[in-house]
Design a protein around this ligand. Sequence first.
Ligand SMILES: [Zn+2]
Length: 334
Amino acid sequence: MSKGSTDPKASLPATGNVAAPAASASGTRASLQRAFSVAIFPVLFGGLLAYAYVSVPERGGAALGILMAMAYTTIAICERLFPHAESWKHYLREDFVPDLLFIGTNNLLSGFRDIAVQTIGLFVAAQFAGQVGFHLWPQSWPLIAQWALALVVYEFGHYWAHRMAHEVEFLWRFHSLHHSPSRLYFLNAARFHPIDTIWLNLVSITLPLAMGAPREVLLLVAAVSIVHGVFQHSNLVLHLGPLNWIFSGPELHRWHHSKVLEEANTNYGTNLIVWDTLFGTRFLPDRAPPEDIGIEAPKAYPKGFFGPLLAPFRWRQLEVAAGAPESASGARAA
Ligand SMILES: [Zn+2]
């Protein structure tokens, strides 16, 4: 079960009677920030998903591309106005270009990934349907209900794939790339090693595919992942309140990027937090999340684009270069 809860007001700037103009201006800004932090997620997330609901079934992947562009642009602008951490704003020199290259690489691979996902998924579906003897997916449900069901089923696979990526050293070598930056901002949502992307996607998509979920429903799940991923990694001041029991939003996910293993090996949900709640890994203590984030080991983890891509294959060398003992493991097993 959850290890704690937060009071959304606890970290908000105080407001009150002020006399000086400067204090008045800061009071106005605090009020604006408070309104923004509560409203932006329901309004923008809800609005983008409404667009997805209308356009994805009709236009498919093209609508997902537009959705991604809209999510990146709006959240990048909002981050300049209401940042959660000032120190995370300076991503241009170190992270921005490598992250663009990671987005490009992962998108180039998506064709192969889709074929692999479909092939394995259809094979599993055929085996499963043959044994059970009937079609499992409730095709007669309203589209919105199928969307919600697919999301919960998808998240189950993702939860375990992600948790294994933290607890199995071989998988952590690839997943560590996602945790290596010292800041979170909108592009961090796309910073994954291609092999990690394939692993997470294959495991997540297999169960809904095996149950017979239609393509348009799976594309709608992809739409949620795109928009929620940008929010989840954003440097936005946000307070989701009770929505923190449904979505795996940024207030939860900042703990997942902590350098402290006991804090980081929590909150594995990519969109929903329900499976973390069920399996006892939901973590939201009543204090501010760490601003100093990243990974402690190996200390010599490379920066840029090619270094992190090759890092999983040079893991022992990196550990030795950092002065770690031979037996030291990079895995995040708590
Ligand atoms: Zn992770």
